[in-house]
Design a protein around this ligand. Structure first.
Ligand code: ADP
Length: 622
């Protein structure tokens, strides 16, 4: 929501900025166009001033060239004499020829002589189609001016010739008396033609505003200002422009300053209004207003060009600016994304690092714990080993305890026998029966030997084992065990069945501990068979591949099936208190396991049958 509002505000800002920029651009281009227009006009004006000056100089030059010609002619004797005898045709013809020559030499249109009444008495065009001779031009102002004794000058369209001309007239005097006037008419057509130009028009207007010289023939005899009836009548009366309609030029003033005027004029040829810069100057010599009308089309074209260029430049700048702005925005966006990615990466890194250090710390702790545990376990193991040894020993002692009555009996019997053999020996010695006495002594010796053997066996059994595993001959171990238990076996009247196949079967075990296992198993069997008829114990050993299988079986009551899984558990016993600790089978299982074998209760048709396996020493091995 916030982002959308932000976007809206940003868009509004952009829009406002764009509108402002557009307005500023319009103003700027307008100002530039205005400046270009003014500058163009100023240049045009400067140029127009110079051209106008030149034109006026030219006009003045043309007029000045002929201005003094009538004065010069006025003092010519030929002309003065003509007035003295005007009716002599010979003289007049001579004068006509003379004037014709002068006219040709001075390059004027007409040269003629008028008498005081305004009648032309001689003229250069006496031989032309419409000669002036005999015609009265007394109404012309130049004549009047000359009659007043000064230089007459006048512009008019010829009434006879219909040719435009400028007239100079000067009085012809004889002793201060004005006899008539000599008139020179000059051609002004050439003045127009010489100055015609595409973009500038020269105009010369009379005091009434009627254009009589112009480089644009369509404007000839048109008035710059609308003429009222009175004025039109006056102009008509003066017969200055016979047959001319004197229509208005149709120029509209657009703007005006003291130096220049902007006017719109319809060009007949092009049927369209064109705008001109109009500059005017008064020419006192002719009493004329001289104008130059410069077409401002070029200025306008230049304005259009400058405007177009400015717009193009502005558009290009705006496009460039937008492009740069867009690039800037894209760069900023990319930088933002990069920053964000970098921050995310850094965060992830930090997280990873903290996780790694956390994990490392946990691992270190776990390691420490493990080390402690290992140490504890080692200690426990050592403790266990110690305890186990103690237990084994305790179990041995327990077995010994159980056997103590038998041992006692076993020792007492030979002792009693020794005593009776000694008594008998004594008596035989007293009787001198040496042979019998010796036999008795030999019996005593054998009995002590036997007693010593029991002692050795018991001592051997009761000592603590180192636990070292070596190759042990099975028959030796079995014999030892049976020897230890001999009193108990004998007392219980157990029938023994032993077999070892092969005879020299050797297994990898610890001699003392293996013997303890056998003692445990056999002692259990003897106890189980107590009170049974024909108690029979079988101890069988056979080789099965690389292993020796030892079976100890009895024909006692067997193991209760419910207890079969528990008998190897420590302290499990079904015996009366004082008869068993419930450790015998546990310790036996441990010992066989440590020697690399397995012990289990196997099913039997009668009684209990325990079986254990051990690794066999192969023949040839030591
Ligand atoms: P203990 O002899 O001290 O009871 P043991 O671990 O040697 O401990 O024996 C555990 C139990 O297994 C005995 O209490 C007995 O119930 C049973 N048992 C062991 N050997 C025999 C056997 N030959 N016949 C019947 N039961 C037996």
């Amino acid at each position: 929501m916030g982002e959308r509002t932000g976007l809206f505000v940003a868009r509004k800002k952009w829009l406002a900025g764009g509108v402002l920029l557009l307005a500023a651009s319009v103003l700027l281009v307008n100002a530039l166009a205005d400046w270009t227009y003014r500058r163009g006009l100023a240049e045009l004006q400067e140029h127009g001033d110079a051209r106008l000056e030149l034109y006026i100089n030219y006009l003045q030059g043309v007029l000045e060239k002929y201005e003094s010609l009538p004065q010069l002619l006025a003092i010519d004797e030929h002309l003065v004499h003509a007035f003295l005898d005007p009716l002599d045709p010979q003289r007049i013809e001579t004068l006509n020829r003379y004037l014709e020559t002068i006219n040709t030499v001075s390059d004027t249109l007409d040269t003629y002589l008028m008498n005081r009444d305004g009648l032309t008495i001689a003229a250069s065009n006496w031989q032309k189609e419409h000669p002036f001779v005999g015609r009265n031009f007394g109404y012309r102002p130049y004549f009047t001016q000359a009659m007043e004794g000064r230089l007459g000058r006048y512009f008019a369209l010829g009434t006879t010739s219909s040719q435009r001309g400028y007239y100079f007239a000067y009085p012809v005097r004889k002793e201060n008396q004005i006899l008539g006037a000599v008139v020179v008419k000059i051609d002004i057509d050439q003045i127009e033609q010489k100055w015609a130009h595409r973009d500038e028009n020269f105009l010369v207007s009379d005091p009434e505003g009627v254009i009589f010289i112009t480089t644009n023939p369509n404007w000839r005899y048109k008035s710059l200002r609308p003429l009222d009836e009175e004025m039109l009548r006056q102009i008509k009366d003066s017969r200055r422009y016979p047959n001319a309609t004197l229509a208005p030029l149709g120029n509209t003033v657009v703007s005006t300053t003291p130096e220049m005027e902007i006017v719109d004029i319809t060009l007949d040829a092009e049927r369209q209004r064109r705008r001109f810069l109009k500059q005017s100057q008064y020419m006192p010599k002719g009493g004329w207003d001289v104008h130059i009308l410069s077409d401002i089309r070029r200025v306008q074209e230049r304005v259009v060009w400058v405007g177009s260029l400015a717009w193009a430049g502005l558009l290009f700048s705006v496009a460039l600016f937008l492009l740069l702005a867009q690039r800037q925005i894209r760069l900023a966006e990319m930088k933002r994304i990069e920053d964000r990615a970098r921050t995310a990466l850094r965060d992830a890194n930090e997280q990873l690092e903290s996780r790694v250090s956390e994990r490392t710390r946990q691992l270190t702790e776990t390691n420490e714990l493990l080390r402690k545990e290992i140490l504890e376990r080692k200690q426990t193991e050592m403790q266990l080993k110690r305890t186990r040894k103690e237990l084994i020993h305790a179990a041995k002692l327990a077995v010994l305890g159980q056997m103590s009555a038998g041992i006692n009996h076993e020792l007492n019997q030979p002792l009693a026998a020794i005593r009776s053999y000694a008594d008998n020996g004594k008596q035989f010695l007293a009787k001198g029966r040496l042979e019998e006495a010796l036999w008795n002594l030999e019996q005593i010796g054998e009995l002590t030997e036997r007693m010593a053997q029991i002692g050795v066996q018991l001592k051997h059994f009761s000592k603590k084992s180192s636990g070292q595993v070596v190759a042990v001959p099975l028959h030796g171990v079995i014999d030892g065990a049976l020897e230890i238990l001999h009193p108990s076996l004998k007392k219980a009247g157990v029938r023994l069945e032993t077999s070892i196949v092969p005879q020299d079967l050797k297994v990898y075990a610890n001699h003392v501990l293996l013997q303890q296992v056998l003692v445990n198993l056999i002692a259990n069997a003897i106890q189980a068979m107590e009170g049974m008829e024909n108690p029979t114990l079988s101890v069988r050993c056979r080789q099965q591949g690389e292993r020796a299988v030892v079976t100890v079986a009895d024909n006692g009551p067997g193991v209760d099936p419910d207890s079969a899984t528990e008998i190897f558990e420590p302290f499990f016993t079904t015996k009366k208190s004082g008869q068993g600790l419930g450790l015998g089978l546990t310790i036996s299982d441990r010992i066989i396991h440590d020697c690399g074998g397995q012990i289990k209760l196997v099913s039997s048709s009668k009684g209990a049958c325990f079986q254990f396996t051990l690794g066999v020493q192969q023949a040839g091995a030591t």
